[in-house]
Design a protein around this ligand. Structure first.
Ligand SMILES: C[S@@+](CC[C@H](N)C(=O)[O-])C[C@H]1O[C@@H](n2cnc3c(N)ncnc32)[C@H](O)[C@@H]1O
Length: 239
């Protein structure tokens, strides 16, 4: 999917709600940290405030251009999560709201493991099993199916992939996080921003919004039934 970096910056809830993932990462001064799928760079900059050296990686050239414009002192690079390398082994890899877009999870995990020092940590948040279930019901009702765009794994599924990739899971949680998108047009905006990969026509988008209104529009705002998976895993010293 092509990302509109300027529009994305209006969806600040993504990185505001990702602040807790930075706390889970607990970056330290002097560490080298990769922010995988850094988008327009707000959390990369937040990590850099700790005194860590950060490399922001994203496959979207538009997002990387926006990140460089926002934070010129940070090292941002265009690369895919399933095919990236760093010149020096990293102390940690961080990722917020990216890995559900990456269907070849094994390839991404293999790159993460190769980028980490033994004992290095991988701290991530992504959509987890059951994410946006109500919203996807609306998509199914209108399209007759849900296109395979996102990968929302359970703790067991993602832990197995991490273990196969040489990482040891130290912490994992799957939790409901109803997310408020403000205003009448919230769902339409969300579908335009994040649902681009569903390939909806204007008519289909309008019909989904109409159907979901009774289920998801409350007190003047849309509430999307996000469920997030948070994991901290560590690269095993024995490979
Ligand atoms: C919702 S944004 C999150 C950005 C940022 N992590 C944040 O919290 O604001 C998702 C980002 O994942 C990136 N992305 C999606 N698939 C990717 C892939 N295969 N490799 C690298 N980046 C990817 C997109 O380009 C986009 O910038």
């Amino acid at each position: 999917m092509k990302w509109d970096a300027q529009q994305y910056q209006k969806h600040s809830f993504v990185w505001q709600l990702g602040e807790g993932v930075v706390e889970m990462l607990a970056p330290q001064a002097g560490e080298l940290i990769v922010d995988l799928g850094c988008g327009s760079g707000q959390l990369t900059a937040r990590i850099a405030e700790s005194g860590a050296r950060v490399i922001g990686i994203d496959r979207s050239t538009e997002m990387i251009a926006q990140a460089r414009a926002n934070f010129p002192a940070i090292d941002f690079r265009v690369a895919d999560a399933t095919d990236f390398r760093v010149d020096e082994p990293a102390d940690a890899v961080f990722s917020n709201a990216v890995l559900h877009w990456v269907r070849d999870a094994g390839a991404a995990i293999s790159c993460v493991a190769s980028a980490l020092k033994p004992g290095g940590r991988f701290a991530l948040e992504m959509g987890g099993r059951g994410n946006t279930r109500t919203l996807l019901e609306g998509v199914r009702e209108v399209l007759g199916r849900v296109p395979e765009v996102w990968f929302y794994p359970s703790i067991a599924e993602y832990s197995a992939l991490l273990e196969q990739g040489g990482l040891e899971v130290r912490f994992a949680t799957l939790f409901d996080r109803p997310t408020v998108i403000e205003g009448e047009n919230g769902m339409d905006d969300w579908l335009k921003m994040f649902g681009g990969a569903l390939g909806l026509s204007d008519r289909e988008r309008g019909e989904i919004v109409r159907r979901l209104r009774g289920r998801m529009f409350r007190d003047g705002n849309w509430v999307i039934d996000y469920r997030r998976l948070r994991v901290v895993a560590v690269r095993r010293a024995d490979g």
